[in-house]
Ligand binder design. Sequence first.
Ligand SMILES: [Zn+2]
Length: 106
Amino acid sequence: MSSKENDMKSDELPRTLRERAIDLLVKNPGKTFTAKELCEILEVESESEIYAVLKQVARILRRKGIDLVFSQPVCKKCGFVMSKMYAKKCPRCKSEWIEPARFMVR
Ligand SMILES: [Zn+2]
């Protein structure tokens, strides 16, 4: 089991969204979540907030030797695979019919 020495700076603060996201992902290895699902579970209103947090989460987990991986978003109209974790529109055909990225730890 891993050590936890630096996990907490203060135990008076409520847990941050970042900590709750890490907790959720680490406790469900192999399970995939879209940003939308994470919004619902973590009670966040905007998906863009989730994406911002996931970038920080990926860095933190990497230091612990855990990989946060995601499937790249795919355009459901033309099949174009996006290189970023988030795209609102397909850069090729401009369709907004996008299969979103799914995140998980493994
Ligand atoms: Zn497309």
